[in-house]
Write a protein that binds this ligand. Structure first.
Ligand code: BV8
Ligand code: ZN
Length: 245
């Protein structure tokens, strides 16, 4: 019963909202088959993301880091958007002003059809030259590792933000602008451990902006939002969008 009451309250918060900002993390892609970072099993062999997703690791062993990204790209490439991604596409159609901020680098929000997507940690299918900065989207993995830029010959890297690297300033500016205007901030599928993404909740004006969290397990942010729903995003987001019967 409690869960149903919460869902009703969450639906009311959504129905009243005009300027919605959503922030998603790896949990929204879990039901598409994309492994989360800190969930069971971890992401690869005995390594942790914090050890491999760093400029130092890439400087020390670009091949090892590329093998990790190739492994992840090959897992993600066949994955399809799940009902949680699709519910956010429906939400974008429904509200006046919508911004989706995602920490995910799997590109599934765009593939689902979301339009206003801010990829604050980049995209694993984007490849960028470390020398001249040339960028290209590459979905296949038919290239030898580590790839080198055709234009200048320097090493190319995945177009993602590593630990210790700052987030793209233009994207962060757009995210902050959306947040200060928002009247509803919805956080979905993130453990709320990685900064500065985890700090975005502090940017909203709590007097005029409601905050809602959907996550499988409680996170540090569960106690900081107006309402936290714990369960699967692929079930809760579509339920949230069902017109109140
Ligand atoms: C920066 C791209 C500085 C790469 C990623 C000590 C304290 C605080 C901060 C720090 C610290 N030491 C260092 C820092 C800073 C550091 C940081 O926050 N570290 C953390 C680990 C403590 N941050 C940085 O380094 C950032 N840069 O600070 O720059 C700076 C400042 C100025 C000038 C120069 C430099 C850069 C951070 C970006 C790192 N890049 N990804 C790649 O992916 O290869 S982060 C990586 O983690 C992914 O993007 C991922 O999305 C992100 C966050 O993880 P989550 O998305 O939350 O995923 P997670 O697995 O953790 O959680 C999933 C959740 O889903 C779980 O809660 C689970 O319960 C839930 N779930 C599971 N299934 C479902 C579900 N929910 C719903 N439904 C389901 N079915
Ligand atoms: Zn180049």
């Amino acid at each position: 019963m409690g869960e149903h009451k919460d869902l009703m309250q969450a639906r009311e918060m959504l129905a009243a909202a005009r300027q919605v900002v959503v922030m998603s993390g790896a949990g929204i892609s879990a039901e598409s088959g994309v492994p989360t970072f800190r969930g069971a099993g971890g992401l690869w062999r005995e390594f942790r993301a914090e050890d491999l997703a760093t400029p130092e690791a890439f400087g020390r062993d670009p091949l090892l880091v590329w093998e990790w990204y190739r492994y992840r790209r090959q897992i993600v490439a066949p994955c399809e958007p799940n009902p949680a991604h699709l519910a956010l596409v429906a939400l974008e159609e429904r509200v006046d002003d919508f911004t989706l901020i995602t920490q995910n680098v799997d590109g599934l929000h765009r593939r689902a059809g979301s339009r206003r997507v801010l990829e604050i940690h980049g995209n694993m299918f984007l490849i960028r030259c470390t020398g001249c900065g040339r960028e290209r989207m590459v979905w296949d993995d038919d290239f030898s590792l580590p790839p080198r830029c055709e234009a200048c010959g320097e090493l190319e890297r995945p177009g993602v933000v590593w630990f210790g690297e700052s987030l793209p300033a233009d994207v962060m500016m757009a995210a902050e602008e959306a947040l200060v205007q928002a009247d509803l901030f919805l956080i979905v599928g993130t453990s709320g451990l990685v900064y500065p993404a985890a700090g975005l909740l502090h940017l909203v004006d709590r007097k005029r902006c409601g905050s809602l969290l959907i996550n499988l397990d409680p996170t540090p942010q569960s106690g900081a939002v107006d309402l936290a729903l714990h369960g699967k995003a692929g079930e809760l987001l579509p339920a949230l969008l069902e017109d109140s019967a």
